[in-house]
Design a protein around this ligand. Structure first.
Ligand code: APR
Ligand code: PHB
Length: 384
């Protein structure tokens, strides 16, 4: 079996790449170890930058997103007993974010690929990368797929990055001393916008998926176990951290999903080796506080598509050779922004009273200086 681009992973990166390549007349095969139902149900983040929305709409997979996605023109920072709005419409006119669950993006992309007759294979076993710097090919479940190029879109725990020989990659990482407990609840949002709450008990985030479904996160210890978080405890803790301004009451309802996500940052450089290119979480992870993970994956794929279109169209490998450098600038900007948001809003076990006062002073600055608020807003809605 032979294809132009062998893609490992059917997350947003792999699926979007396969779709964009198809629009350019480039063939691909997507190999995914999980089932279709599993990847369509996996609950992840849900904030799309304008550039991400534009990419999906231009690619013809944005109809449901435009119908059901929730456009937001601001977010709230809540701390010290007060609410402070970061107004995108004023600070970064014409740019906004759209709240739409990542698994909905995945569903839309899978539907589009299948409708176009795309070759998506779920539940494939033992995918392995061979000869990435020579004549690359993939093996899986006893089959062989010869490729001109391989795209490693298999997330942080995939096989593509570890297939790069030792000594080639430089790795940069940081583990945060806490995790996020994420909760999906069948209840209408308690506010119209996202609320990022900094509280002495820890960070909390109020988000949403639809007018009937809310999404919440709580900062928890790094080794937290969902078993220790029965629904009543989740609601009590969310109330304690969010019901901190006059007149705000948290709506509660049935919890339909619960999970703990470790908070880590990770970058592997370069994002390529021979004819193997890494995109999305396989190359970099950001803590979710800046809502950048999915958007970075989409931006990588956009860059890789242009490079592959040039390569297959004209034979020029210039853009492919510059792929990693082109992505890493944006990746590191997002790393810095995500670190900054995380540091601004979480409590750190080892911090003293002085550090806490500094954090509050920093929040006061961000919410009172137009320059500082604009920095937050323009990074949040996306620079691309
Ligand atoms: N073989 C085949 N598929 C694999 C393998 C493997 N060995 N290892 C992992 N995969 C699959 C996973 O099952 C998953 O479906 O690769 C896919 C990777 O998808 P994601 O983890 O969603 O990563 P990506 O597409 O880069 O999307 C980045 O996901 O984690 C979030 O915050 C992140 O929103 C960002 C987005
Ligand atoms: C989400 O809605 O899942 C979400 C929103 C904002 C974030 C992270 C996750 O920063």
């Amino acid at each position: 079996m032979r294809t132009q681009v062998g893609i490992i992973g059917a997350g947003p990166a792999g699926l979007l790449l396969s779709h964009l390549l198809h629009l350019r007349g480039i063939s691909s095969v997507v190999l995914e170890r999980r089932s279709r139902a599993y990847v369509e149900r996996r609950v992840r983040a849900g904030v799309l930058e304008q550039g991400t929305v534009d990419t999906l709409v231009e690619a013809g997979v944005g109809a449901r997103l435009l119908r059901e996605g929730l456009p937001h023109d601001g977010i709230e920072l809540r701390y010290g007993g007060a609410a402070h709005r970061i107004a995108f419409e004023k600070l970064v006119p014409g740019r906004r974010i759209t709240v739409y669950g990542q698994q909905e993006v995945v569903k839309d992309l899978i539907a589009a690929r299948l409708e176009a007759g795309g070759d998506l294979r779920f539940e494939v076993e033992d995918v392995a990368v061979h000869d990435p710097a020579g004549a690359p090919y993939l093996t899986f479940g006893g089959e062989r797929l010869d490729c001109e190029v391989i795209a490693g879109c298999d997330g942080f725990h995939g096989v593509s990055r570890p297939s790069i020989p030792e000594g080639v990659l430089s790795v940069f990482e940081r583990d945060y001393p806490f995790a996020w407990l994420g909760v999906l609840a069948r209840v209408r949002p308690s506010a119209e916008e996202l609320i990022y709450a900094r509280d002495e008990r820890g960070f909390a985030l109020h988000s949403m998926r639809s007018p009937e479904v809310s999404r919440f996160y709580l900062q928890v210890p790094p080794d937290a176990d969902v078993a220790d978080w029965p629904d009543e405890r989740v609601w009590a803790e969310l109330r304690a951290r969010l019901e901190t301004i006059p007149g705000f009451a948290l709506e509660t309802g049935e919890i339909i999903e619960k999970g703990v996500t470790p908070m880590r940052a990770f970058v592997a450089e370069p994002m390529q080796y021979g004819r193997l290119y890494l995109a999305g979480d396989s190359a970099h992870i950001v803590p979710p506080t800046g809502a950048k993970g999915l958007n970075l994956a989409v931006a990588d794929v956009r860059t890789l598509t242009e490079a592959l279109a040039a390569y297959f169209g004209t034979g020029s490998a210039d853009l492919l050779d510059g792929y990693s450098a082109a992505c890493l600038r944006r990746v590191w900007r997002a790393q810095h922004f995500s670190w900054w948001m995380t540091t601004l809003l979480h409590t750190f076990a080892d911090e003293d009273a002085y550090a806490r006062r500094l954090q509050l002073s920093h929040l006061d600055y961000v919410t009172s200086s137009a320059a500082a608020a604009t920095t937050l807003a323009e990074n949040y809605v996306g620079l691309s």
